[in-house]
Design a protein around this ligand. Structure first.
Ligand code: HEM
Length: 107
């Protein structure tokens, strides 16, 4: 599945982080069928809806409430070979620094 979702015949610059490619106005209808992080069909993931809600909420909360500090100035996205799952060759270590958000303050 990882290879299918990185197929350069289906995706322009598949290894680039371009979340905007999934905007409804950009994605082609046949591409929807080639992006299957939860599998598909009878044995497809029954937790897909729950996962989508939880991930959106979790990532949104982490970005909203924390600044994420890394060592150096760029994350190394190199992947480790082998195994069932794709893992980072250099595991990401980062420190969350709480943002001081005051929703009651006026601008
Ligand atoms: C980011 C989160 C998740 C991802 C990427 C994911 C991905 C997958 C994938 C790829 C499969 C195999 C589908 C196939 O063989 O076609 C699967 C199966 C499954 N997933 Fe998930 N999943 C996620 C979250 C969850 C959650 C939250 C639950 C339950 C609450 C869940 C329950 C299951 C179960 C029970 C199966 C086995 C289905 C079967 O074999 O009939 N998953 N998942």
């Amino acid at each position: 599945m990882a290879m299918l979702m990185r197929d350069p015949d289906s995706w322009e610059e598949p290894l680039e982080f371009k979340p905007e490619r999934f905007l409804a106005s950009s994605i082609l209808s046949e591409q929807v069928l080639k992006y299957i992080p939860f599998g598909s069909g009878l044995r497809g993931c029954p937790g897909a809806n729950l996962a989508n809600i939880l991930i959106g909420t979790a990532v949104g909360t982490m970005v909203q409430w924390f600044d994420w500090r890394i060592k150096g100035d760029k994350v190394n996205l190199e992947e480790a070979a082998g195994g069932m799952n794709l893992t980072m060759a250099h595991p990401l270590k980062c420190n969350p620094v709480a943002r001081n958000i005051n929703f009651l303050a006026s601008n």
